[in-house]
Design a protein. Sequence first.
Lengths: 224, 209
Amino acid sequence: VSEPEMALNNPGPTAGAREQDLIQSVQSGQHELFYELVRPYERRVYAAALAILRNEHDAEDAAQEAMLKAFANIRQFRAEARFSTWLIQITVNEALMRRRRERTVPMEGLDDHRSGRREEESDYAPCDFADWREIPSEALERKEVRQRLAEALGTLDRKYREVFMLRDMEHLNIQETAEALGITVASVKTRLLRARLMLRDLLAAGWEQGWFCRLPFEKGTKPW
Amino acid sequence: MVNHAVVNCEQVWREISNYLEVDVDAALRAGMDEHFRTCKRCASVLEGTRNVVALYGDERMIEAPAGFGRRLEKRLAQNTRASRWSTWSAWLVPVAALVLIAGGLQLSNSLANQRALKSQMEQAGRNIPPAMVVLVAADSKIFHVAGCSFIHGKQVRSLTAKEALKEGYAPCTRCLRKYLVASAKDPDEDSARTEIEVVEAEESHDAKH
């Protein structure tokens, strides 16, 4: 488990106790505290909806609707589950339901119960970037870098993007990701492998093209 | 010491994600570790993949549009207020229903406790002294005071007004007129007319008999 994941999923003893207090207060009728309870996760909820719907307006609406559903069902939340995971799962359900209902998102790729299974199970050979260098996390301070990373993620097929988003960005575990998307654990692992390797190739190429170099941005000339 | 499996590059790529998840058995892990030490290309793939997980897993990668939190808070506030009202109304509705049912039961009980009327023509009396001795005829549904011409010559039995009311008798509109509800507001107000009507009624009654 990575450090960021630890930090995101375990708010710490003080924050965790505070979260439990807030949950119990809202469950016992102090509804005005609900926003305080969900505020730490509002961006993650939005991002999960966006990963599935790929439209900012729809994602915001779905995120709000998911929060309202979480509020309406707060009494059903049990302490043995992580609150953040519970919220994300509600959001994924809401977004998937919208996508099925509205069908506004163009179909991308093929589901594994169709012809995609063979492709998913086939080996993926990563590009040969032997001189890969680590991208310093400080690079994320720059909006351009975050945007390039988001664009790279956006080029992935839906089935890879969704698994990657839930596992590596929302930090659901493999089992939770499978449950949220209604696919098998084996499918999650296969798609996750493919997504990570493809992103690695994209980012390595970007590194070669200077995506993560500060100099071109400072001179006002973008390398792409 | 764990025996390590001998793995090639393709096997490493296939398992590299599970390796990062710490989801490979000890022998395979040892074999992959050995492979990374000797294969520069696979070591690069491993570091690159690890870098991807670290970068995208950073919270800064998750952004929401400007004002998203404010709009969410507003919408939640609207709904939590509505929910509070619905919680109250959820209590109020059954409570109100219970009150109505209880009131209805009390009303129906009070109506049930009233004696059934024996005559459709009768009028309810008011303030009739309960101990007043009244007379009822065997074939009549009206009670009278002694001397009322309407019971002239009939076989009667005596009882108190309270008992008569309890048994369902109604006050006579002639001899007990002043106690009738319709004229109970001011029994003396139309006493003159009453006297006339009484005389006329007596004359009419006598003429029939």
